[in-house]
Ligand binder design. Structure first.
Ligand code: SF4
Length: 475
């Protein structure tokens, strides 16, 4: 018996986590459950919620999807008007319940819970230092470093303890802290991972915070603004305050959020992800036009870019591949081999759309190339006369160290193969990637985003440990 990871999504970069918080609502746990539900695309391995009733914290964490992790009874055991929640796909730390978040602890001055989207680039050094001073870690997750730094601080107020901890960490973080009476949100000085602020309807002091604003829509919450890079937002009984605990840095939000990670119905930095993806498709069509009869997306993530490509070329857009939404992972492989089995669990071609046609297939990225090869073959086997692959981002050549699960550099096909070589490997009649300049121009804001996985220009300097790790993985 073979274990098949979902092959289609397994050959993608993965966002690590989604975070969500509520302050000032009697159904904080239920609201957080719904918020996490809307952020499920950001992490599917574990989920957790911690609430506060003003006196103590209540926690539930488990492996699995949000809908499988919480029952009504479990949510009823999470009382209070304050909550933070998390969905996780592991990066630092393995896939295990001990690494599920939020992490909740008691320390000398009370209780504290924390959850994190991102990745600390100096976590190893800090962990070694804290362990040498007697800290005992319960998980492999770099998020626990925050807990120990806050607990070890000599400051009195929680806000000052967190500020001191932030002064020690480096990397990408969108963080939520929960105490008995406050929710505190922090975004790293470059704002690499997203975080935004909203208001629940009819209650001017009931606030919500989420990785993406699509999580507000389900609650009818109003999007107020993004938490700014380097900002700490403190929400407690006195209201909402904003402070800047760290020196400012040039903002570098992740450009890949626009290409793939974020939900297309979200806005990031005030801009519609859907519109940007369509624009990426238009730019791709301008850079890599081809005579074709039909444009099809690799669903779901390739859909907006394919709409843009088709509109720009004046070619009809069709759904030539249908995606099953009911397949997670399967562990049963038929004894007799079935062509494209792993990919076919998720995708099936629509023969009348493809037979005899010159087909342009639009995808958002190629990671290892194995899935693209199967998709091209599937489209050709369904009768396509020509198959032209177009990618709405530049070649992904470098791993991400800022909270995205990526393979090693060696596994990224574009790190060692030219575009022509990749085209031959995936057996496409032609292959075209959007240029880095085209992507930056389409996303907008000048060259103010992180695009390290495309360009190798890492915005955060690496520590000696990280450099050693990079040498090991072939960067
Ligand atoms: S390296 Fe790539 S995936 Fe990682 S934060 Fe930068 S743009 Fe995003």
């Amino acid at each position: 018996m073979a274990a098949f990871r979902d092959e289609l999504d397994g050959d993608k970069f993965h966002d690590e986590c989604g975070v969500f918080a509520v302050f000032g609502h009697p159904e904080a746990a239920n609201m957080t459950y719904l918020g996490l539900h809307a952020l499920q695309h950001r992490g599917q391995e574990s989920a957790g919620i911690v609430t506060s009733d003003g006196e103590q914290l209540y926690a539930h964490r488990a492996m699995g999807l949000v809908q499988d992790t919480f029952t009504q009874d479990q949510l009823a055991k999470l009382p209070g008007r304050l909550a933070i929640g998390h969905t996780r796909y592991s990066t630092a730390g393995g896939s295990h319940i001990k690494n599920a978040q939020p992490i909740a602890v008691d320390y000398s001055r009370g209780s504290l819970a924390v959850c994190h989207n991102g990745n600390l680039t100096n976590a190893e050094e800090l962990r070694a230092e804290l362990e040498a001073r007697g800290s005992i870690f319960q998980s492999d997750s770099d998020t626990e470093v925050f807990v120990h730094l806050v607990a070890a601080s000599q400051e009195v107020a929680i806000e000052d303890r967190i500020k001191e901890a932030l002064g020690r960490v480096k990397g990408a973080y969108s963080l939520l802290f929960l105490t008995e009476d406050a929710v505190i949100a922090v975004r790293d000085p470059m704002g690499i991972r997203p975080l935004c602020l909203g208001l629940l309807p009819g209650k001017k002091d009931a606030h919500v915070i989420a990785s993406e604003p699509c999580a507000f829509d389900l609650l009818d919450a109003e999007y107020v603004r993004d938490v700014e890079p380097g900002e700490m937002v403190i929400i407690d009984g006195t209201g909402i305050r904003s402070v800047r605990p760290l020196p400012p840095a040039p903002p570098r939000p992740c450009i890949f959020e626009y290409v793939y990670f974020a939900r297309p119905d979200s806005k990031l930095g005030g801009r519609s992800v859907y519109d940007i993806r369509k624009g990426l498709g238009r730019a791709l069509a301008q850079e890599h036009p081809i005579e074709a009869d039909v444009v099809i997306p690799v669903p779901d993530s390739g859909v907006p870019a394919a709409i843009g490509y088709a509109a720009e070329r004046g070619v009809s857009f069709e759904m030539g591949l249908i995606r099953s939404h009911y397949v997670g992972r399967t562990f049963i492989e038929p004894q007799q081999s079935i062509r494209h089995f792993g990919v076919r669990l998720k995708l099936n071609p629509v023969e009348p759309v493809l037979r005899g046609k010159r087909v342009v297939v639009i995808d958002d990225s190629i990671v290892r190339g194995t899935t693209s090869r199967k998709i091209v073959k599937m489209v050709r086997d369904a009768g396509a006369r020509e198959v032209h692959l177009r990618i709405s981002s530049p070649p992904t050549q470098w791993p991400c160290y800022y909270g995205i699960d990526t393979p090693t550099r060696r596994e990224l096909i574009a790190s060692s193969h030219s575009v022509d070589e990749i085209a031959r490997y995936v057996t496409a009649d032609s292959l075209g990637y959007l240029s880095l300049e085209g992507m930056i121009r389409t996303v907008g804001g000048g060259d103010s985003h992180c695009h390290a996985c495309f360009s190798g220009q890492y915005a955060i300097p690496f520590t000696p440990n990280a450099k050693r790790h990079m040498r090991l993985v072939g960067v």
